[in-house]
Ligand binder design. Structure first.
Ligand code: NAD
Ligand code: ZN
Ligand code: ZN
Length: 458
């Protein structure tokens, strides 16, 4: 490709510091070094783990950083020694590498690679340098993915080639959310036919757990969330009952134990708090019950557990990325998706233009009300002008800001932003992760072209 071997200037959402809004910036992306691959991102999901980083709750992440780890794209160029992909290949990037050489990778029973972030922080590439710069500053990588960018560079063992027929805007969720939840049920818990399950948290991960439990043949899947708007989708995916802990005076573990006699066979915590982890553990039966911790609790936190919860035989175990050896498994999951063995498309609630980070379910609703995705005409959109003011979206002001942004985009002052032959813009797949409170940035003025006002629906 014409860009091969050259520095690419493009856009990315940069997290300058914990607690600060993401900021869309123009960045430089260096060419890949040996055993690295540069990828043009096409779609990325948003996982709550990205939000944990912004909250300062994820261990060993250095700022400034480009987040995002649920991405799919097309190989732009490869470094020396790369053999598994070539330019033009469709790939999924994933947050848990599979180097294929370390003792953990060689263990067929484990998917944890010793090159993973929890062992060797992935803020820099394996050679301890970064491929990203912005305004003269070095920008850190995240989980060797950094998918909130138009181009990224990753080690070869952090991506896998997938079927050319796969729709990247749908299968990007296999990089984390779907694989994690589905795998937590089928790989980590190994849910048995006819068993009972409880799933705490119905974000993209929890809903994928529900799908996994259903696929494994669970007879009863009780879905738990404080947001009852999640229940319809959970039922569509296989939940047999949905309950809101706030509807009960007694602890939810007691409710579940009474509902099932002695507690469920398998419980899954897909939220990320100590209280819900304890509740999930106490909800599975005291004999053979298995509780799978999927949610990521704040780094450095501790969970006070009554030892009697474990003494009688319950098991509490964790899962990373659903237990899949990702490089081996993702192409197979994509093949199963193409064969329609499961419908992970149900997880995708909104398809939005680059780059919009949702802040809450309410925001998502508002966005869907204005049909944001229909506003964007990629063929006539323009590249971001980094001098544009980005709009921090406050919950209460989002609707008004959206309207302002759209009006601004149609004002003559912004007309020059629409070039005649702009590059195609990548899209973000946004799953409805209701509790996220990422401060948002919206690139709408740059994305809307004044010459196509008919795209505006509000
Ligand atoms: P999300 O924010 O989209 O979903 C969380 C859900 O939990 C929401 O529906 C919310 O309403 C619900 N919830 C919040 N507090 C609750 C409570 N007290 N009781 C009941 N429900 C409650 O998050 P997500 O993206 O689906 O991720 C879920 C968790 O999984 C996060 O902690 C994330 O970091 C973690 N995660 C872990 C892995 C892994 O490999 N283990 C991979 C991906 C994500
Ligand atoms: Zn994730
Ligand atoms: Zn390894």
């Amino acid at each position: 490709m014409a860009t091969s071997g050259k520095v690419i200037r493009c856009r990315a959402a940069v997290a300058w510091a914990a607690g600060k809004s993401l900021s869309v910036e123009e960045i430089e992306v260096a060419p890949p070094k040996a055993r690295e691959v540069r990828v043009k991102m096409v779609a990325t999901g948003i996982c709550h783990t990205d939000e944990h980083v912004l909250e300062g709750n994820f261990p060993d992440v250095d700022f400034p950083v480009i987040l995002g780890h649920e991405g799919a794209g097309i190989v732009e160029s490869i470094g020396e020694g790369v053999t598994s992909v070539k330019p033009g290949d469709k790939v999924i990037l994933f947050p848990l590498p599979q180097c294929g050489e370390c003792s953990f990778c060689l263990n067929p029973d484990s998917n944890y690679c010793l090159k993973s972030h929890l062992t060797e922080p992935q803020n820099l590439m394996p050679d301890k340098t970064t491929r990203f710069t912005c305004k003269g500053k070095q920008i850190q990588h995240f989980l060797w993915n950094s998918t909130f960018a138009e181009y990224t560079v990753v080690p070869e063992y952090t991506l896998a080639k997938i079927d050319a027929a796969a729709p990247l805007d749908k299968v990007c969720v296999f990089a984390c959310g779907f694989s994690t939840g589905y795998g937590a049920a089928v790989n980590t818990a190994k849910v048995k036919l006819g068993s009972t399950c409880a799933v705490f948290g119905l974000g993209g991960v929890g809903l994928s757990v529900v799908m996994g439990c259903k696929a494994a043949g669970a007879s009863r899947i009780i879905a738990i969330d404080i947001n009852k708007d999640k229940f319809a989708k959970a039922k569509e995916m296989g939940a047999t009952e949905c309950i809101n802990p706030q509807d009960f005076k007694k602890p939810i573990q007691q409710v579940l134990t009474e509902m099932t006699g002695h507690g469920v066979d398998y419980s899954f915590e897909a939220i990320g708090t100590a209280d819900t982890l304890i509740a999930a553990l106490a909800s599975c039966n005291m004999n053979t019950g298995v509780c799978v911790m999927v949610g990521v609790l704040p780094a450095g936190s501790t969970v006070p557990i009554d030892p009697f919860l474990l003494l009688s035989g319950r098991t509490c175990k964790g899962t990373l990325a659903g237990g899949w050896k990702m490089r081996d498994s993702i192409p197979k999951l994509v093949a199963s998706y193409l064969e329609k063995k499961f419908n992970s498309d149900l997880l995708i609630t909104h398809t939005l233009p680059f780059i919009l980070i949702l802040t809450s379910r309410r925001d998502a609703q508002q966005l869907s009300e204005v049909h944001l995705c229909q506003l964007v005409d990629t063929a006539s959109s323009t590249i971001c002008n980094s001098s544009l003011p980005f709009l921090p979206l406050q919950h209460s002001h989002r609707d008004a800001l959206l309207k302002d942004a759209i009006r601004a985009a149609h004002s003559p002052a912004h007309a020059l932003l629409c070039g005649p032959s702009p590059p195609a813009l990548p899209f973000m797949e946004c799953e409805d992760r209701s509790t996220r409170n990422l401060s948002a940035v919206l690139l709408l003025p740059a994305l809307l072209c004044p010459s196509s006002p008919e795209k505006t629906v509000i």
